[in-house]
Write a protein that binds this ligand. Sequence first.
Ligand code: C2O
Ligand code: CU
Length: 467
Amino acid sequence: MHSLSRRTLLKGSALLAAYGGGMGIASRFNRAEAAPAPVEMEARTTAAVLDGKNLTKNVYTYVLGGHDGPMPPVLRLRRGEPFAARLVNSLDDATTIHWHGLRIPNAMDGVPFLTQPYVYKGDRFDYAFTPPDAGTFWYHPHCSTLEQMGRGMTGLLIVEDSKDPLFDAELTLNLRDWRLGADGQFIEMFKPRDTARAGTFGTVRGANWSPEPRLDAPAGGLVRLRLANTDVTRLYNLKLDGAVAMVLALDGQPLATPRPLDMAVVAPGQRLDLAIVMPASEGLEAALMDSRPSTPKVVARFRSLGASLKRAAGDATPLQPNPFHEPDVAGAEHIPLVLSATAENAARDSVCGTLGYSFWAINKVVWPGDTPDPMAPLAELKLGRSYVFDLANTTPHAHPIHLHGMNFKVVSSSRRAVEPVISDTYLVLPDEKVQLAFVADNPGDWVLHCHIIEHQKTGMTSYIRVT
Ligand code: C2O
Ligand code: CU
């Protein structure tokens, strides 16, 4: 077994810098200071070639630190170190930033009306928090979410840890499709009849704002791939052809023991961290494949460069676990959470947009999640107590259910053997009943919703109150 020496690490980082995986943002503030200078995150429009041919106008993105870096943006933080960001809104539309998967104070959660005022054009909002967990997370708006995410506003958020194992290189993949016409310009973001089913799919598939990116890494190297599904609709069944990979973490939470990647289902909102052993000869490629559609699709290619570093899968060591309050499942209070379709039409106008339809409900209540008149919370929880969501999907569609502010542990399922994974987003299968246990350890109003954004925005949203 080869251990990663300082020399090969440096080689890896040189490659990393050369391929634009840089660490620029984290170094923009002094880590020793309690209140770092905020990183400016400007929400604005840009133009980009997304389909490989045409320049698409009116793409929405975040520009970090005042200059155009590589798109899509990647933000790097350090576990336990204070971080600050100033959202500056240059869009014509109100917006907010939600930090998906971060367990931070409620006032920083980015949900308009519930946790903060929406930020209108020309306004700004200061976020400041200290990430308690290391891993792969992401951020996106929580106002006019379908339109804004559909046009590109998503970015990976990496929380590094000083105890992270060393890799020869690190790569990131932001998986998302686009709804573009033949001329490369945006078309309507959804079709109501699809919204009422699995959701409306993109017409142009992609990753890292490209139809099929090719990423370079050292031959025979052990490479960390951090990947997030930031698409508004699509579920991925990911496999790697041409190389061996170990799964290091799911949804930002490390596995106790890395295991070989066979096929990983990654739903909207979910993340996957892999250690890939690159092909040993220069020029050889491995391909990340999505095997879910009837015609499998190459998501990204990884090309080997240089002389082989001769790593093996066994060189992948486990990541440091994140802190987690173990719930007392036997003594927990149960909260029923029933996902259903609804015919009730309660679509209300809001500054954060409406799709104009109501198709979905949680416990028979329809709420799009970003209106000034939220209904009563689904449940009121006592700080420090254990709870179990008895989640029942009565629909024929899968729904990735995401909880803000806290992590849960999967306890049992009516449809499959479950692993006791810790997560913030669980893909509930059609007609599945599942139990998710957690300690209500973060005070505030926390939304939970389907991360198929059309489902979220047409009713499949609710919130819990922890006091
Ligand atoms: Cu990633 Cu409320 O969402
Ligand atoms: Cu859904």
